[in-house]
Design a protein around this ligand. Structure first.
Ligand SMILES: [Zn+2]
Length: 201
């Protein structure tokens, strides 16, 4: 009934702000990975579309054409681990099994599950937990998929990696509110992080 409870139990994940923060940053990394894989697949589709052999070859010799070209579409799948949780009744007559794949959906659900169980006020972990995938998507949409610093957009560069930035960082008391969030390209995001470290020093 509550598979995440068993995930927490069997992996010994204690409900704490510290763990919530770790799970959230893990989720962000997975989401970046999924983004990157999506971009590579898109590039392959673009590359193949741009080859465009004559119709005669397309109709009769397409597999041979590509094999002679030495061009193979890679099959990238992220090997998310899958765990099966099985309950067997004491008599052994009935059993129930739930499979859990550790993909971004599960990590998002786990983040939500844990944040509901933590009583936090304005802690960094609490604010970070509010940063869900759907909120990230909403902010990108609002900012028209455009970096708010350098103006690069997904329209100009289809494979641009956009990230959501806290204008005032969480570590400086910033909150996860729409007004404090902006879309940045990954380059600008890294540069900004470096600047805050300088200010701190
Ligand atoms: Zn930028």
């Amino acid at each position: 009934m509550d598979p995440l409870k068993y995930v927490a139990k069997y992996f010994d994940i204690e409900v704490s702000e510290e763990n919530l923060e770790r799970i959230e940053s893990f989720g962000e990394n997975i989401s970046r990975l999924e983004n990157a894989v999506h971009n590579v697949k898109q590039r392959e589709i673009d590359a193949i579309a741009s080859i465009n052999p004559p119709m005669f070859i397309q109709t009769h010799f397409l597999p041979e054409f590509y094999s002679r070209l030495g061009f193979a579409v890679s099959n990238i799948d992220i090997p998310f681990p899958v765990y099966s949780f099985q309950y067997v009744s004491p008599g052994g007559n009935s059993s129930q099994q739930t499979d859990i794949e550790f993909n971004s959906e599960t990590i998002d659900a786990l983040t939500e599950w844990m944040s509901k169980r933590i009583k936090f006020q304005n802690s960094v972990a609490g604010q970070r937990a509010l940063m869900t995938k759907s909120l990230r998507d909403e902010i990108k949409e609002r900012d028209d998929h455009t970096c708010q610093n350098c103006g690069l957009s997904s329209y100009m560069e289809p494979n641009l990696l956009l990230e959501i930035d806290h204008i005032r960082p969480l570590s400086k008391g910033g909150m996860t509110t729409r007004e404090n969030l902006q879309t940045l390209c990954w380059r600008c995001n890294r540069t900004k992080a470096a600047k805050w470290i300088e200010i701190e020093e």
